[in-house]
Design a protein around this ligand. Structure first.
Ligand code: ADP
Length: 540
C-alpha cells in the first residue's frame, strides 16, 4: 500500500521560489569584481534567475546541457546556480585555480556549451577558449559597457545584455528529482580530475541536512558569509541552504585577504562564516596585531582540511566565536560530519569539551560511515582503532561522470581518509591515506604533527611529510613557514614537541621554507612539497 501524500519532486527551483516568497526582502550582498558593493533581495535574485532560464531557452540549450562558470562568490553566480539548474540544465562550476590545461580538459570532458566567467578570468578564458571545442557561447559576468573590446573570444557577450532583454516570468519545469543539477571536478592531485554529478534530490536533501541545528544551524536570523568558493562543491551547499532558511547572504567576491574579509564581516554584521583553515589564518593574522574584535560574528564552520586546535582555540578564547569543525569531500556534496556536542557533554570541563570539538565530528543524518581494515573488515568504534573511512548516503556519489569503473566497495564509497570513530560516533581524521607516515611498522598522523607545530607562536604554517629512512621506512620531517618578523630555531621547535606527543613521533628535522604550496582548493599540496624537498637528506 502506498502512502497518500503528494509526491512532489525535490527541485532546486523550489528553493529560490521559497526564498522569494517567504524572505522576499532578505538581502544578498556581494563585493563585486568591479570593487564596489552590490545589494539586492531574494525577490530580485529569483527574478533574475528566471531571466537566466529564459536566456538559456533563447540559446536553444537542451535539457541536461552543461553551462560552465569560472566565477567568484557573487550574486550573478548565485543567479546562474538557480537559472541553470532550475531550468533543467547542469551547472558546471570550474575551479579557476586549476592549471589552464586542466580547465580545457575539464570543459571538453564535461562538453560544456556555455561558459560564463568573471572578468578577472578573462586572460584565462583567452588562453583556453581555442581548446574548448564544445563551448558555443561565452558570457562575461558584467554590464554591456564593461565588455572588453577585441578580446579574441568568439560569441562573447555581457551577462547583463544577455539576460537584460529577457522576461522575469518563467514557469520552472517539473521533472524527475534524480535529474543532474550541477557538477564539480575534484582537484585531481593524482591523475586527471574526476567529476561528481549532483542531482536535484541530492542537493536539496543536502541543503535540508546542512540547515539542521546540529549541523550548520542556519536560520533566517543569520547573515552568512560563504568564503568557501562557489566554484568548488557548491560552496558547501550554502547557496541552497541559505535560500531554504532565508538567511541573509554575504558574498566576498575575489577579495579573500584578511583585511577585506574582516571589513565585510563588520560592515554587513555577518553572524556566521564558512571557510577553509588557510583563509581564516589570513583573517586572524590581520586581526591579531591590531587588536581587532568581531562585533557580530558568532559561529564559523571550518573544514576542507584539518582545523588546527590552535585556530579553534584562538577563535573561541580570543574572539568569542564558536568553531564548528566539519569534514566532507567533493564526492559527498560535501558535508559528512560536523562537530557539535551532545546534551551529556554539558557538565564537562572546558578542556574536555575542547577535546571533543577538535574532532571532525558526528555523522549527519543521511550519512552512514564505517572504518575498515585492509581486508575490508569493520573496525571497532573505540576512538583508538584507525582504519579506512567508508561512507554512503543519498548525497554521496554512486559513480563519477563518465567514470571508468565502479568506485564503490560493496555499496560504500572509500574516502581515501584514515580515521578513528569513538563510542559516541565522533570521527577523527588521522590522515589522508597517502599522507600517513609509516615509521617502524607504526603510523604517525601528519595532522597531529602539524597541529603541534602551528600551536607554536612563531609558526604560520606547517606541513609534515614522511622521508624515506633506511631503518624505520619513513621518518617525519616538518616544513615550516615562520610568521613574518618572528624567529624560532630548529632546536626550539623540536623541543616544543617534548611532552606533546610520543617521543618516536617527534619529527627528525625541521625545514624552514618561504611558502608551503597550496592546491586549487587551498589545501597544502604535499606532492609539490615532496618535489621541493627531493634533494633533502635526513640528518644522520
Ligand atoms: P579535492 O579538492 O581534492 O577533491 P575535496 O575538497 O573533496 O578535495 O576534499 C576532500 C578531502 O579533504 C577529504 O577526503 C579529507 O582528506 C580532507 N578534509 C576535508 N575536511 C577535513 C577536515 N575537517 N579535517 C581533515 N581533513 C579534511
Amino acid at each position: 500500500m502506498l502512502g497518500l501524500m503528494q509526491s512532489q519532486p525535490m527541485l532546486i527551483s523550489s528553493l529560490i521560489e521559497f526564498a522569494a516568497r517567504h524572505h522576499s526582502d532578505a538581502e544578498i550582498v556581494s563585493r563585486r569584481v568591479e570593487g564596489d558593493i552590490h545589494r539586492y533581495t531574494y525577490r530580485e535574485a529569483a527574478q533574475r534567475a528566471r531571466q537566466v532560464a529564459n536566456a538559456l531557452d533563447a540559446l536553444a540549450l537542451g535539457f541536461g546541457d552543461r553551462v560552465a562558470t569560472l566565477a567568484w562568490n557573487g550574486y550573478r553566480h548565485f543567479e546562474l546556480y538557480y537559472g541553470v539548474s532550475g531550468s533543467g540544465r547542469v551547472l558546471h562550476t570550474i575551479n579557476p585555480r586549476l592549471h589552464p590545461d586542466q580547465i580545457a580538459w575539464i570543459a571538453n570532458h564535461a562538453e560544456d556549451q556555455v561558459l560564463c566567467f568573471d572578468l578577472s578570468f578573462l586572460p584565462l578564458v583567452q588562453a583556453v577558449h581555442a581548446r574548448c571545442s564544445t563551448v558555443k557561447h561565452y558570457i562575461a559576468l558584467c554590464a554591456a559597457d564593461k565588455l572588453p573590446a577585441d578580446s579574441g573570444i568568439p560569441n562573447l557577450r555581457s551577462y547583463e545584455s544577455w539576460i537584460g532583454s529577457q522576461s522575469g516570468d518563467y514557469d520552472w519545469p517539473s521533472f524527475d528529482e534524480n535529474t543532474a543539477s550541477s557538477m564539480c571536478y575534484t582537484s585531481g592531485t593524482t591523475g586527471n580530475p574526476k567529476a561528481a554529478l549532483y542531482s536535484h534530490r541530492s542537493s536539496t536533501l543536502h541543503a535540508y541536512a546542512a540547515a539542521l541545528p546540529d549541523v550548520m544551524a542556519l536560520s533566517a536570523r543569520d547573515a552568512i558569509l560563504p568564503v568557501v568558493p562557489m566554484f568548488h562543491v557548491n560552496a558547501w551547499g550554502i547557496p541552497y541552504s541559505a535560500a531554504l532558511t532565508g538567511a541573509k547572504l554575504v558574498f566576498p567576491g575575489p577579495a579573500l585577504d584578511g583585511k577585506s574579509v574582516y571589513e565585510l564581516i563588520e560592515a554587513e554584521q555577518v553572524t556566521y562564516a564558512a571557510g577553509v583553515p588557510t583563509v581564516w589564518q589570513m583573517l586572524l593574522t590581520h586581526m591579531k596585531p591590531q587588536g581587532l574584535q568581531f562585533s557580530s560574528l558568532r559561529r564559523t564552520v571550518i573544514g576542507g582540511s584539518a582545523c588546527p586546535p590552535a585556530m579553534i582555540q584562538a577563535f573561541n578564547d580570543d574572539y568569542g566565536v564558536e568553531v564548528l569543525h566539519a569534514w566532507g569531500m567533493t564526492e559527498m556534496s560535501p558535508l559528512g560530519t560536523l562537530c557539535t556536542l551532545k546534551n551529556k557533554h554539558d557538565s564537562l570541563s572546558a578542556d574536555e569539551k575542547m577535546k571533543i570539538r577538535l574532532k571532525q565530528g558526528r555523522a549527519i543524518y543521511g550519512i552512514d560511515m564505517k572504518i575498515v581494515d585492509s581486508a575490508g573488515k569493520s573496525l571497532p568504534w573505540d576512538g583508538k582503532t584507525y582504519g579506512d573511512l567508508l561512507v554512503k548516503g543519498p548525497w554521496v556519489i554512486r559513480d563519477y561522470y563518465k567514470g571508468d569503473g565502479d568506485p564503490l566497495q560493496g555499496g560504500w564509497f572509500p574516502t581515501g581518509d584514515v580515521a578513528t570513530i569513538d563510542a559516541d560516533g565522533y570521527m577523527q581524521i588521522t590522515d589522508r591515506s597517502k599522507d600517513v607516515i609509516k615509521s617502524g611498522g607504526e603510523w604517525i598522523s601528519s595532522i597531529d604533527i602539524e597541529n603541534i607545530a602551528v600551536a607554536h607562536p612563531c609558526v604560520l604554517m606547517a606541513a609534515c611529510i614522511g622521508m624515506a629512512h633506511p631503518k624505520w621506512d619513513e621518518r617525519p620531517v616538518i616544513a615550516v613557514v615562520k610568521k613574518p618578523g618572528m624567529e624560532v630555531t630548529r632546536e626550539q621547535l623540536l623541543a616544543f614537541y617534548e611532552g606533546k606527543t610520543a617521543k618516536w613521533q617527534i619529527p627528525d628535522d625541521v625545514v624552514f621554507v618561504d611558502v608551503i604550496p597550496l592546491g586549487a582548493t587551498g589545501k597544502m599540496l604535499k606532492t609539490r612539497l615532496r618535489e621541493m624537498l627531493k634533494d633533502y637528506q635526513l640528518p644522520a
